[in-house]
Write a protein that binds this ligand. Sequence first.
Ligand SMILES: [Mg+2]
Length: 339
Amino acid sequence: MALSIKWSIQRITTKFEFKIARSAESYYDVVVLELNDDEFVGFGEAAPSKRYEAGPEAILNMLSSKKDAILNLPVDDAESRQNQLEMMFAESYSLQAALDTAFWDLYAQRQGTPLWKIFGGTQELVTSSYTIGISDLRIIPDKIEEARDYPILKIKLGTDYDHDIMRAIRGQTDKVLRVDVNEGWKNLDDARRGADWLAEENVEFLEQPMPAHQLDDIAQLREYSSLPLVADENSVRPEDIPGLVGAYDGINIKLMKCGGLTNAKKMVDLAQKHKFDIMLGCMVETSIGISAMSQLGSYARWLDLDGNVLLAEDPFRGVGNQAGKIILLDKPGLGIEKL
Ligand SMILES: [Mg+2]
């Protein structure tokens, strides 16, 4: 069956300004793909991060220039398809991810099977965290209230008022807290002090405490601290994983960094081989991206798949999220519906 494809930019708005150590945004432009074979439609999403690549306009240009080649990619040979995607779109992992997702969705729909079953997963998942971005201290009570149904919070730090943020949050809740510094601590002494007081605040783990290029410092921090360290900006692609042994306890896998589900599954296998705990994470994304990553959910010790619930309005429906519990669907493929 001949394939056709269409794409569009969708502007998605977050409930609150979404601020991390290096950026602050209240909306994001993502690229949505629909891959059609006249019987089924496979959905994919590119949510490009400024940390890693160019924006959505550049993605549309790449799509236009390679449209015929895209429509000739194999639906049922993910490995070969991914190799070709990496050659065609070396500069955009989120575009690779969008296309890989759309092809997997189409493939699984043709099989009449949920994608998580094809990946050998189960339907039972651990509870996902809900992210509290960096905020003005006056807004923190509203954010904690907004997150009242979610039992696990992921707190973004890496500011010069980290203590005040944590004090404000801990003053209001004794929930499980995870901390993501997004490379915000630039020297080892600061990082050691940070890890010490966060251990006292009863934090579960520390994500990317220092810049990715300071891997030696991070390894020293791991020796020093009792908190498990999880790599994110250090854990981009499958080939990064072996080099993280000794510096981290776990790795965060994101579709938009690694180039899609084919590579994400490769990272899962490598993480297991090197005895890393696995976290699955996301950018601010619609239910397309979140549903895609959720298909590998049963391989994770930690889930951070809240990009769609941070939105004021999600243009798609896919996996459910009931108080952090991700509900995988029993529908063929990803089970995406356009709203
Ligand atoms: Mg992170």
